[in-house]
Design a protein. Structure first.
Length: 149
């Protein structure tokens, strides 16, 4: 299979990446994800994906089997950084290097935009993801705390 790196901009492209979105965020339906992504884009959220060129219909849910969502942000603690909100690949495509390609591209964007670092949070049980991040040079630098309201 051949894959093309694209920026996910249209609603059709979001639909094409929805299987990957739902693999990471199973609580979201497509009807919930579309306006949520639109709101996040107003805050600088961007999405990149690897498009499966063998699938002609872009809106088919597995046309973009891997995606990464991120934003440039500024913090007193770190200065200007890229924060990765989402990185996901559908089960049938895992282990083929898709996440690494997307991660490398976002790291390159961070360098181009003179960011001081790339940050992300990862669930404790996501061991394969942790291996990828450590292999890419990320360090485990903090714990993330959340209070549900």
């Amino acid at each position: 299979m051949a894959f093309q790196l694209i920026e996910i901009l249209s609603e059709q492209e979001v639909c094409g990446s929805f299987a990957a979105i739902q693999a990471l965020r199973p609580h979201l339906s497509l009807d919930q994800a579309l306006p949520q992504i639109a709101r996040q884009r107003l805050q600088g959220y961007r999405m990149l994906g690897l498009r499966d060129e063998s699938i002609a219909e872009l809106a088919k849910p597995e046309a973009i089997p891997s995606f990464i969502g991120f934003r440039v942000a500024e913090f007193l603690a770190w200065g200007k950084i890229i924060y990765i909100d989402d990185l996901s690949t559908i089960d049938s495509q895992r282990g083929q290097g898709h996440a690494g390609i997307l991660l490398d591209h976002v790291i390159a964007i961070a360098r181009e935009q003179a960011c001081s670092a790339v940050h992300l949070d990862s669930g404790y049980a996501r061991n394969a993801a942790h291996r990828l991040y450590l292999n890419k040079g990320f360090i485990l630098s903090s714990h993330h705390f959340a209070l549900q309201l």
